[in-house]
Design a protein around this ligand. Structure first.
Ligand code: FAD
Length: 275
């Protein structure tokens, strides 16, 4: 099966975390992903660690894509970061608005991701392949689905090359989103973001915050397993693999895995997809 694969990490906080990530990454590299991406903390809070992780990935010979969020920043600051990425030979960025950290009131000079995309294009032309975020179940702050879709289209008009979605467990939401985006004239690839499920309670908390829906039938089943980690893992692998199969059969151009810095679940799902 020929499917584009990309895998996301968060920047580790400790030298032990960095060593562990290096080992997990070596396992994930065997899946031959197109790129590894590295998240960027709100307001630049992880900047040094994101850059260090990206540098390590590039030094290992893989394509590294830093995430970059613009809210709360200045154009001069963004210009410096772009110059740094260019000097490091980085060719792909996941361009985001991000969320303003609590206590920070000033949204800065670039308030939405479409403004960041426009800025990067104006500053660096076609140097970077720009990924943007998409929300098949709608961004939690969106005024309406229609408004959110139009805001997504603005990022594409500003020069995004492809999109990665927030994770979801309802394939129909993705297909509906893609159809609606196509009807608005959006032609770029929209790659589903896939969140493997290792622990349910953590996922449930996180999903509430980012607006991803866990369907009732799945939630009930996970809850019924209580502390039985093996059953949670087995059921999680089955549902996420089936989701990926449906997405690919329905025309999804690839898969982007939120690995949570762990190779196991992503590797197992990928192995099953090849089978
Ligand atoms: P935008 O596209 O700017 O949209 C944000 C909201 O504003 C939406 O409700 C939209 O409808 C609205 N909007 C957009 N443009 C306009 C406009 N011009 N005028 C009025 N309203 C507008 N967060 C991090 O902190 N670090 C990361 O590394 C990170 N990586 C991510 C990777 C992916 C693939 C995804 C899906 C999300 C990621 N996030 C990350 C989370 C993301 O930062 C948040 O969801 C954030 O709230 C929105 O960022 P965005 O780029 O989607 O914003």
């Amino acid at each position: 099966m020929q499917t584009e694969l990309s895998i996301e990490f968060f920047p580790p906080q400790t030298p032990e975390g960095a060593a562990k990530l290096q080992a997990e990454r070596a396992r994930l590299a065997e899946l031959k992903p197109t790129f590894f991406s590295v998240t960027y903390g709100a307001g630049g809070s992880t900047q040094a660690r994101t850059f260090a992780t990206v540098k390590e990935i590039a030094a290992e010979g893989h394509q590294a894509a830093p995430h970059l969020s613009c809210i709360g920043s200045t154009k001069a600051g963004m210009r410096d970061i772009l110059a740094y990425f260019k000097a490091e030979g980085i060719r792909r960025i996941v361009a985001l608005r991000g969320d303003l950290p609590s206590g920070m009131a000033d949204p800065g000079e670039l308030r939405y991701a479409n403004e960041l995309v426009e800025f990067i294009r104006a500053e660096t032309g076609d140097w970077f392949h720009l990924e943007v975020a998409a929300y098949p179940e709608w961004h939690p702050q969106a005024r309406s689905p229609r408004d959110d879709l139009q805001n997504f289209a603005r990022k594409v008009q500003a020069g995004a090359d492809s999109a990665i979605t927030q994770y979801f467990y309802n394939a129909d939401a993705y297909f509906h989103f893609v159809d609606e985006a196509r009807a608005l004239g959006v032609e770029i690839p929209i790659v589903p973001g896939i969140m493997p499920i290792g622990s349910f309670s953590k996922l449930a908390r996180f999903s509430d915050a980012c607006g991803a829906d866990i369907p009732r039938w799945m939630r009930k089943k996970f809850e019924s397993y209580g502390d039985d980690a093996d059953s949670i893992r087995a059921f999680g692998l089955d549902v996420v693999t089936e989701l990926c199969q449906r997405l690919l059969a329905g025309g999804a151009p690839g898969l982007h895995f939120y690995s949570m810095n762990q190779a196991g679940l992503t590797t197992e799902i990928w192995r099953r997809l090849q089978g």
